[in-house]
Design a protein around this ligand. Structure first.
Ligand SMILES: [Fe+2]
Ligand SMILES: [Fe+2]
Length: 172
């Protein structure tokens, strides 16, 4: 038990207790490499980053994408007829909602409420819509990561590309 300790995810800032950092953050899905010892963690949400106007606009665009996707997954979890799909979309809803929190915190705004989005009772059909949405997110976040000059903006968008790519492979 001597290795059991507190880790912190540098992407979403959530704490994790374990023998080792998780392979993926249970909250935001970030990869293990983003975890640090809880004693060494410095919150990226209270540091001053001096984000550029372009980065702020991209955080806002990303917040809109995440709220849209979280809203879709919430509805898909509610209306998909099979339990497996309800659980899958519930998990994805939580991750996308966590992503929205990351962008809202950097923008220093309250996280918007989820909106009403249509989803199918057919889980497979929702998976197709999920693919379409994740691909749009990846395409945008790649552009935002390339355009970012502030280390934190680059880090967040790069980590989110990796996470949304994991979502695509999950649903293959
Ligand atoms: Fe995280
Ligand atoms: Fe996301």
């Amino acid at each position: 038990m001597k290795d059991y300790k507190l880790y912190k995810c540098q992407i979403c800032g959530d704490p994790y207790l374990g023998d080792h950092p998780p392979i993926n953050c249970p909250y935001c899905g970030a990869k293990q490499k983003y975890f640090v010892d809880g004693r060494e963690y410095v919150s990226p949400f209270t540091q001053e980053h001096n984000f550029t106007e372009e980065e702020k606009a991209n955080f806002q665009a990303a917040l809109d994408i995440e709220i849209g996707n979280a809203s879709f997954y919430k509805k898909a979890a509610e209306v998909s007829s099979e339990d497996y799909f309800k659980w899958l979309f519930k998990s994805l809803m939580k991750v996308e909602s966590e992503h929205a929190s990351i962008f809202a915190k950097h923008l220093k705004v309250n996280k918007p409420e989820l909106v009403n989005v249509n989803a199918s009772t057919d889980g497979e059909e929702n998976v197709l819509e999920s693919h379409r949405r994740e691909e749009i997110a990846i395409e945008n976040y790649r552009k935002f990561a390339d355009a970012a000059t502030t280390p934190r903006a680059k880090q967040v968008f790069t980590a989110l590309v990796e996470i949304e790519e994991d979502h695509l492979s999950l649903e293959d």
